[in-house]
Design a protein around this ligand. Sequence first.
Ligand code: FEO
Length: 401
Amino acid sequence: MGKRITDSVTWVGKVDWELKEFHGHEYSVRRGTSYNSYLVKDEKVALIDTVWAPFAKEFVRSLSNEIELKNIDYVIAQHGEIDHSGALSELMRQIPDKPVYCTQNAIRSLKGQFHCDWNFVPVKTGDVLELGAKKLIFVEAPMLHWPDSMFTYLTGENILFPNDAFGQHYATELLYNDLVDENELYTEAIKYYANILTPFSPLVTKKINEVLGFSLPVDLICPSHGVIWRDDPTQIVKKYLEWASQYKENRILIVYDSMWNGTRLMAESIAKGIVEQDKSVTVKLMNAAIEDKNDIMTDVFRAKLVLLGSPTVNNGYLHSIGGLLEMMKGLKFKAKKAAAFGSYGWSGEAVAQLSNGLKGAGFEVLNDGLRLTWMPDSDGIAKCMEFGRAIAEQTADDLKI
Ligand code: FEO
């Protein structure tokens, strides 16, 4: 059953409580998600987005309980990724002649994925679709987060449908931001931003300022995942502006992997040195091999300084650290400092390689790193603590709270 949002808008999406991984195995999901689809009824009827492919039949069946499918006049496909377009094939089989409004890039992505020849109507920023008393205004949002993405604004009820932007992987039957646990909501919202939107931060700032420049009133923000922002809806817009501006907190993250605990002991000793030097900073240790990669990326996003540690094995570093380095490079974190450390037995290449990898990922690397042989003894532990103290001192003024 659909859920009434306003006189003209009904939520007709799918809450997916079971989802554990998204984007294949790339994004861990802790609290489920939703694929939000919205039916807008005026003299004309528009459907904004659909749901993920496995729920296509269920979606179309439930939609047909809400409205006779032939009475849908316009299908709006804001984004071609299959968590929103996955039910289009099932739907378009039943209403093959109805126009599909989307960006020119979405025509390419939809055709590329579904090999379809639907009645596409390409739209650009500022194009208007009259529904009767109300109208839909389209805003292209390329690379937020695909080239085909767009936002849609409903006049009269002042609703922004920003597709993936401002979303969260968060399942709830309660629908609105003011009805759910705020900590859970923001935990998921920042994880979503850190792991999906960080590389596009300059475009986030630009697009938000462009939309703010239209001076349109916004009473509701209805993203394609998670809750609808109803209470102080622009709070998430302000948060995005903050997150998009080289975001960091007064936190130091130590990410390491270890084979026989030498590098773990180094990590813990470095942490002690940091805290000894600066009691205001939050230090967090995460073992790359056992912690979730997306949680680690969220903590990288929040940190001002990231210390990366690995023992040397086979003349290199451990694969868990290599995977994270690749993710950090792709996410293009800005204005973050870093350093490397690790224990070794004979060749000891890992630390220099990690330092180079961090530089390549855009981090400001503070020193040549700290290498110790075998298991740190009391001298080694003292060196780690000194390394921690020095690094805390070097970053003490970066950001104090
Ligand atoms: Fe980019 Fe929710 O899909």
